[in-house]
Design a protein around this ligand. Sequence first.
Ligand code: FE
Length: 200
Amino acid sequence: MSAPARPESIAALDRLLEALRTRGVVTDEELAARQASTDSASPETGARMVARAWLDPEYRALLLRDGKAAAEAMGVSMAGAPPLGVLEDTPARHHLVVCTLCSCYPRAVLGYPPHWYKSFAYRARAVREPRAVLAEWGTALPDSVDVRVVDSTADYRWMVLPLRPAGTEGWSEDQLTSIVSRDALVGAALPQAPQGAVGG
Ligand code: FE
């Protein structure tokens, strides 16, 4: 597949948007709202959802039951977004999210995907040898932990609810949010235990 040069692709997008407007499929207001929510999306939203779930059992239950509703409860507009599933890590199971086809990613709550997420190497290797990929990125999981790879698609997006690290007892939502990295939200890393923590 040869990608069109950028100016041509932008011109094509303009023509598509104009056609959708003319046919009344979308309005300028809807486009503007969607643009604003995508532009303001960042992984901190997902990190805060995780932190809140660690602190609040009711929110955790909502997050696991209906990710979109949990995002909306944080003030995120999910209008028109596909369903958001949340994968609960346990001491016995770790989840890794991939889009094997392209780059489907829950942008409304995580912002833009990292460059590696879209790479062919990641999409292929995450499925075949997730443990090796994780180990190369510094997350060596013991054999006792089952690694489940989950495919994000155009119809269903996924994020991970990682385990809360030991040593974070008594932490505030802000403190907890700060240790949940973008990569941890798709299982490519683990939230970092604070320095000096025992275990973790
Ligand atoms: Fe995709």
